[in-house]
Design a protein. Sequence first.
Length: 202
Amino acid sequence: MELSAARFPRLSAYLASLPKEWDSYPDCVVKAATYRQMLDALDPPLRADELPAPIADYVAHPRPVSSYVPEVHNIALYLAVRDLRFKTDAAWLDWIEGIFDAFYASPLYRVLFFVATPSMLLKGGAKRWAQFRKGTKLERASELESDKHLGRLVYPPQLFPKPVCEAFARGIRAAVRASGLKHADVIVKEHGPTSALLHIQY
């Protein structure tokens, strides 16, 4: 299937913002587990014939969870799901957060988060980010100027649009709430072409 701006408005706008569309930033990669976890949560499942090349192949031939895929393709899959399945960004973000909620509700993570604090989670999140991604960065709180509950995403120009950064914030919020801070929030305080500032509030 060819990419249709009418069918995929957000995905089309995203690719148009990048220097080489699908082939942008080949050194920025992410573990395939990220997109597969998202696709596994879809009901009904996404079909390969619903998607444009090259991301259709990720559905037709799922990559091993430990392998790396281009970050641009990963983001494209998330935005394609937003375009095809959700009427609003809010509904899409709520669904993404639900995926993380289920993940962090596992017995192993309940034990880990029982003794966690927001600053510990942010520092641990930076390490976990580096385990799953290359070419982008979630800075630890100690690397920032002031507030210990701040985190900064750093990435090449336009790689992470604001809705995607908001999705990352929802994932971090799910982790913070799993630690016992049920009313905590994580917001995108600032967003720019090459970085986004996240703030944990509780």
